[in-house]
Design a protein around this ligand. Structure first.
Ligand SMILES: [Zn+2]
Ligand SMILES: [Zn+2]
Length: 294
């Protein structure tokens, strides 16, 4: 069985219902979206009835959705004003995602900038705790692993697992999880496709089977350990078709939905990206019994 496969679509062309319709045309069975302008953290007013109608349309089409927070927030900032804007914005995103009945909101781990990694980590723990205390709804918050570009936190699986444990501090809030991005992990130098057995062992050791709810499936423009976050079309980057096939045919990664965020010039190109993902996932190395998808 293959998991649900989809891509990042825009809500600017008719909202979530229209995005679900386009997702269906592209051959997707799930999709991701920005709940508001990705360059803005100004909280957006929520018309729950209207968002509910949009969610009904997506539901009729059988298309679940995942929200992705705007990039401008920084969970690790020590700047009081930016910290407040970040928290308010993410709480607002969770509320929008809930109104759209999306089960998950993805956020990037913080950047500590001049504060140092330890202070940045403390600030991020405090910020996420505050967000989950203020937002009491069912939407899960997923922390995304990073390429380690600049001063980004959250590069390794053990660092992510530690962050989750520190944020929860024994309370085990199951709304906190992880989004795993293949491009970021490759660029961070933690996903070596020649050592996939070791990677899977680390995945299990750090509890990722339980924590990871979404995989961002992207190729990388730059090399292993480059610490550069630049996505590339599937199979056309430094990861390549063979490595992607190895990854996608492992049962551990086939229980989690795959969302593609490759740098397409137009949304229509995601039809081909989704087709490539399905093709690679059913190639050579696929285990017996894995082929009877849909
Ligand atoms: Zn991503
Ligand atoms: Zn990225």
């Amino acid at each position: 069985m293959l998991p649900r496969i989809g891509a990042h679509l825009s809500l600017s062309r008719g909202g979530l219902g229209a995005a679900a319709e386009r997702a269906r045309e592209l051959g997707a069975d799930i999709f991701q979206y920005f709940p508001k302008n990705p360059r803005s953290y100004r909280p957006k007013a929520i018309d729950r009835a209207e968002l509910g109608r949009q969610a009904d349309r997506a539901g009729e089409l059988g298309l679940p959705s995942v929200a992705h927070s705007p990039y401008v927030t920084n969970l690790s900032t020590l700047d009081e004003r930016l910290a407040r804007l970040t928290r308010d914005s993410i709480v607002n995103d969770l509320e929008i995602a809930e109104a759209y009945r999306s089960p998950y909101l993805v956020v990037h781990c913080g950047r500590y900038v001049g504060a140092g990694a330890a202070a940045g980590r403390e600030a991020m723990i405090e910020a996420v705790r505050d967000i989950l205390a203020r937002y009491q709804g069912p939407c899960h918050l997923l922390l995304e692993n990073t390429a380690g570009q600049g001063t980004e936190l959250g590069q390794t699986l053990s660092e992510l697992a530690d962050l989750v444990a520190a944020i929860n501090a024994g309370r085990d809030d199951e709304r906190l999880g992880i989004c795993f991005d293949t491009c970021h992990a490759f660029a961070a130098g933690i996903l070596d496709f020649d050592e996939l057995d070791a990677f899977v062992a680390e995945w299990q050791r750090t509890g990722m089977e339980k924590l990871v709810r979404v995989i961002h499936l992207n190729d990388s423009k730059f090399g292993f350990g480059s610490h550069k976050d630049r996505h590339e079309y599937l199979g056309k980057g430094q990861i390549g078709r063979e490595n992607l096939t190895r990854f996608l045919t492992r049962p551990e990664f086939r229980r989690i939905p795959w969302l593609i965020e490759t740098p397409v010039a137009a949304e229509e190109e995601y039809a081909e990206e989704i087709r490539v993902a399905r093709e690679l996932a059913t190639m050579g190395g696929a285990k017996e019994g894995d082929q009877q998808d849909e």
